[in-house]
Design a protein around this ligand. Sequence first.
Ligand code: RTP
Ligand code: MG
Length: 158
Amino acid sequence: PSGASATLQRTLALVKPDAVLSGHAANIKVDIEAAGFRIISERELRLSPEFVKRFYAEHAGRHFFEGLVDFMSSGQTLALVLERHDAVAAWRAMMGPTDSAAARGTFPDSMRAKYGTDGRRNAVHGSESVDRAREEIRMVFEEFTEESINGQITNVLV
Ligand code: RTP
Ligand code: MG
């Protein structure tokens, strides 16, 4: 009864520092567009530890939280706003399971299987819901400052 446009959604994708550093960002974007997503906005930036703590606040206190904060603030991140019908669930499915090593056994074509390393360094992030996507897009695309790092101007989320 409803056409594809009825469920047109936007979601936030992050290419995490491991995948940016490994040079996988371009291939990840090719895969994303091949899956029918339109890349609406794009920004490369470095996340401050404070920003990562707010972004992943749901995990505060978990055993992996400190490692997650260190990892996500360790280098450049590529932020993408993706649009497609059913974008939130479709991007989560395409990402694959959280642990890249496990994903290689169960979902070998997933982004995390192809481009990630382990349970922390897993190449990509995706929003969990339509409401959360709206919130994350606002956080990543509206709240940032410019900072000079090693003489280069870099967008830093604080
Ligand atoms: P994300 O939020 O980044 O899209 O990933 P997710 O939903 O698949 O996984 P989540 O449970 O929300 O965990 C957030 C991120 O924390 C790191 N992590 N490390 N055991 C560990 O060392 C561990 N567990 C999770 C990963 O980077 C994970 O994506
Ligand atoms: Mg999550």
